[in-house]
Design a protein around this ligand. Structure first.
Ligand SMILES: [Zn+2]
Length: 133
């Protein structure tokens, strides 16, 4: 069993897919701030901790992507698994995420790289400050 987040959102202005996860998070493609908000970060942390406690890694054995949120979660799972296996233990999650995400091929969704980085920083703050990892 895995915990999915069934949430999709497209910008009302430019149609870019993103998650307005916090107050005043603008569309990462065109920068408008919409009214729509979705409390993604706490749910992402719950899903990640659930996987980690069950299988020892954030990425579960099987993960079906049914929404934009699931797609972003899939990237977060791999990112945080890679971070915890890093060679340089001094490296912060933010520095690691920045490099890791920059090495991905984003194609037409280049705006998602920065978006993912900001989400990863928020998730990292919770995962590593509360000491459950
Ligand atoms: Zn937009």
């Amino acid at each position: 069993m895995t915990l999915h987040i069934n949430y999709d959102h497209s910008c009302s202005n430019c149609k870019a897919q993103y998650i307005p996860y916090d107050e005043k998070v603008p569309c990462p493609n065109c920068n408008i701030v919409e009214e729509e908000r979705f409390d993604f970060i706490p749910q992402a942390v719950v899903s990640m901790r659930f996987n980690k406690s069950r299988s020892g890694s954030y990425l579960p054995g099987a993960w079906w992507v049914g929404s934009l949120s699931d797609h972003i979660l899939r990237l977060l799972f791999s990112l945080f698994d890679s971070y915890e296996e890093r060679q340089d233990k001094e490296l912060s999650i933010n520095s690691f995420a920045s490099k890791w995400l920059s090495e991905m091929n984003w194609g037409e969704q280049a705006y998602l790289e920065k978006h993912l980085l900001l989400i990863a920083e928020k998730v990292g703050e919770i995962i590593y400050q509360e000491g459950s990892a």
